[in-house]
Write a protein that binds this ligand. Structure first.
Ligand SMILES: [Zn+2]
Length: 188
């Protein structure tokens, strides 16, 4: 065991991962390379810009993998979900259904942050929220459902956590393909 240097803060989004992993991430942060690594692995942003497009995106996943799960009434980006602790397995339960009268109204909210990320990250969070239609807790059955919908789920969740760590340390990345970014294509 070595003591952390003064510049190192605990990586709150990666606390469940082995020390050798977090040490590597700390090193990337110290070298200013974490963003480079993420951009190399995920070169561009997805194109889901609106709540309507997000609804279609989530419903496409649902109709492919969870056709028999409870219906979804609404899907939207939510700018108030600044901290996505719930989505990241910390069991901070966000009550989505307020009041017992609103029975079986399933609404999926995704932090606005995920409007400006690679497709893989949006897919990870969409799969996570869809899995909650069937499994409330972050238990084995829940993660089996996640990996059923997205075999690479665990890697993607780790990479999303890496990105959140990057945001904490250095801010958001400007993924190519975002509206207004130089690399965005002609569309169509
Ligand atoms: Zn969750």
């Amino acid at each position: 065991m070595s003591l952390p240097s003064a510049s190192q803060r605990p990586l709150k989004y990666l606390s469940a991962y082995p020390a050798q992993v977090t040490a590597q991430v700390q090193q990337l942060l110290a070298d200013g390379q974490l963003g480079t690594v993420l951009l190399r692995k995920y070169p561009s942003a997805h194109a889901v810009r609106t709540d309507k497009a997000l609804y279609d995106y989530v419903m496409d996943l649902k109709n492919t993998y969870l056709r028999n799960a409870a219906p979804i009434n609404k899907v939207s980006f939510d700018s108030k979900l600044q901290v996505i602790a719930h989505a990241l397995g910390t069991h901070t339960t966000v009550s989505r259904v307020q009041g017992s009268k609103l029975k079986a109204k399933h609404e999926i909210r995704i932090a606005t942050l995920f409007k400006e990320v690679p497709d893989a990250f949006l897919r990870m969070i969409a799969v996570h929220e869809l899995a909650h239609l069937k499994e409330r807790n972050h238990d084995k059955a829940f993660y089996q459902l996640c990996t059923y919908m997205e075999p690479d789920y665990h890697q993607l969740e780790f990479d999303v956590r890496l990105y959140l760590t990057h945001i904490d340390a250095a801010g958001k990345l400007a993924w190519p393909g975002l509206a207004g970014s130089p690399a965005s294509g002609p569309g169509g």
